[in-house]
Write a protein that binds this ligand. Sequence first.
Ligand SMILES: *Cc1c(COP(=O)(O)O)cnc(C)c1O
Length: 363
Amino acid sequence: MRIQAIGMKLYNFNSGPSILPQSVLEEASRAVLDFNGTGLSVLEIGHRTAWFQDILDEAKESVKKLMQLDDTYEVLFLHGGATTQFMQVPMNLLNPGETAAYCDNGIWGKKASREASLFGNAVVVADSSDKGHTYIKKDFTVPGNAQYLHITTNNTVEGTQWHQYPETHVPLVADMSSDIFSTQVDFKKFSLIYAGAQKNMGAAGVNLVVVKKNILRTLQKPVPTIMDYRKHIEAGSLMNTPPVFAVYVSMLTLRWILAEGGLEEMGRRSREKSGLFYKTLDSLPVFKAMVAKEDRSEMNAVFFLADPSLEAEFLELCKKEGMIGVKGYRTIGGIRVSMYNALPLQSVQVFCDLMKDFAIRKG
Ligand SMILES: *Cc1c(COP(=O)(O)O)cnc(C)c1O
């Protein structure tokens, strides 16, 4: 919760870029003026200095620690957003004509598979569009010749989340942009994990890529140098100037997660917040949840007004009460409440109270 200049309390439910821990914002602000007493701004230090190397090393080590991964995995911080990875993953993992399997449970999965089809044979093996992407399709078959299976672990826009990852005989690749580090999961199940930082890990502009080195083969095609994971591994994420400030903010957020108790604690908080939220939602008939209960996201709750003509009024009330970023995605509408790691339980409590008040007035 923040206090705006006019004295109003703000509750930040933005879907991304989204809320970050207050202590991270404060430390990052100080570092913009004076990085660790060096007299230089973190924006002014060279990326090949020991100062930045320490930032990068701590960020990488924190990722490995949180994910409990050994040295068969490499951690990279690369330019761009998750959308860059939609292209970079198939560019690095597919020869022309080879097959990759994709789960299309929402807008981001669909975009990922569309990009993959530029580099190989992208087969959509699961598609939940028959019910407007309100569930996760779990029964499907992966072609035997697929090089990998791609899933989106949390569908940010539609409000669904995989709570048990699929078992598959091929390497598993995941877009974890919107639920990375929100709870303890078995990261070893994955051969490649990527995430844009701005949902749960830091500032926009940097991608985390965690790759099991043994899935990187020599391909029968050229890969542009800046896109080539193997060259980035060789260069230790320093092939060219990385997004220094965005890496720094990620490092601070990772440090914060570890200090708060790691992924076990993040998971406990996420379950507490989303549990309270969905319990309230289910108790109020003026609101309507479309997502299948077992697939509900702990990060992004998407719901509607039972009477759509009340939506504008509810959104207006949210605005008046300082609830930021709760309008649903432009193609879906409705309401979306994002409950990332840095969102305090109190913000969810205040939002639930607002829903109850609205329900009483309309009931
Ligand atoms: C936000 C988001 C994206 C897109 O990220 P950009 O950084 O804007 O490219 C992709 N996948 C998921 C799951 C997202 O939540």
